[in-house]
Design a protein around this ligand. Structure first.
Ligand code: FE2
Length: 284
């Protein structure tokens, strides 16, 4: 049994994006939301969190980010420094990047058979679950995510990364839904984000031209919608200036046979190798 029709597969190949409303139930979405609520409640913020901003790169120098590939770590919005009164749970930008292997609720969510089926339908032979993120986009302070593609951050040779974006709440233009440039996934990558010799990271510019954004399309999504993004599809989301939060969960998957360079920012310890959809969570 397949998850996608041939028209849907063709549409994904042509446009680099596929929107699947009602892919997850409200209950499935709520299981992630309430589990994240528990993780946030148990988080001890003393000196641990770091600001995550795509408009400046200072966070990338921080060890906290660079060693988060096989952990569950907490990243705050820029605006928090100006909003000291903002409660912890309302000032988070995201949590990442290995909940899908470390937390039983997140592991069960991504290892539902329908997830593996849809991955197979878009061409994965031996998918590896590389990165998970819980994105908060909090009311009033949720920041912009600048135009980018995911492949430069999760580079493989050949390119293989695909993003699975789950609306845990309704995403609208007002609360900062994603936008994309359908069809531009066929372009060559314009950037490559990598570790450098001095222990930090750098963004290598391969093509300085900005994306042509005149034909950008909003990806408004009701709770439970799955959006699949090709790793080379440009996407963007504006700040959340509304009073309504916009929680989302993302999973990034790569092909096992593709080469995964050591210069990529996201690295795992040898004790925690990447796993596929089929693996059981060994310890909880
Ligand atoms: Fe992205």
């Amino acid at each position: 049994m397949t998850a996608l029709t041939s028209n849907q597969k063709k549409s994904f190949e042509d446009k680099g994006v596929l929107v699947l409303p009602d892919f997850f139930t409200n209950q499935e979405c709520d299981s992630l939301k309430s589990r994240m609520g528990e993780l946030v409640e148990n988080f001890q913020p003393q000196g641990e969190g770091t600001v995550f901003s795509t408009t400046e790169q200072k966070h990338t120098q921080e060890e906290y980010f660079l060693t988060s590939g096989d952990k569950i770590r907490f990243f705050f919005e820029d605006a928090q420094s100006n909003e000291q009164e903002t409660p912890l749970g309302k000032s988070l930008n995201k949590v990442g990047h290995a909940m899908h292997d470390l937390d039983p609720v997140f592991s069960s969510f991504v290892r539902q058979p329908k997830f593996a089926k849809v991955a197979a339908d878009i061409g994965f032979k031996h998918p590896l679950l590389l990165q998970s993120m819980y994105i908060f986009k909090p009311p009033h302070i949720g920041g912009e995510v600048v135009w980018h593609t995911d492949h430069p951050f999760l580079w493989t040779d050949p390119p293989s990364v695909k993003g699975f974006w789950v609306a845990l709440e309704d995403a609208t233009i007002e609360n900062g839904c994603m936008w994309c440039l359908p069809g531009l996934h066929k372009d060559e990558p314009r950037q490559r984000f990598k570790r450098n010799d001095s222990g930090g990271t750098e963004m290598v510019v391969l093509n300085p031209d900005p994306f042509p954004t005149e034909n950008k399309v909003p990806l408004e999504a009701k709770k439970g919608t799955l959006i699949i993004l090709d790793g080379l599809l440009p996407h963007w989301s504006g700040p959340n200036t509304s009073s309504i939060s916009r929680h989302a969960f993302t999973l990034h998957v790569i092909e096992r046979e593709a080469d995964y360079p050591e210069e990529n920012w996201l690295q795992r310890s040898h004790e925690m190798p990447l796993r596929g959809f089929e693996s059981e969570l060994s310890a909880s």
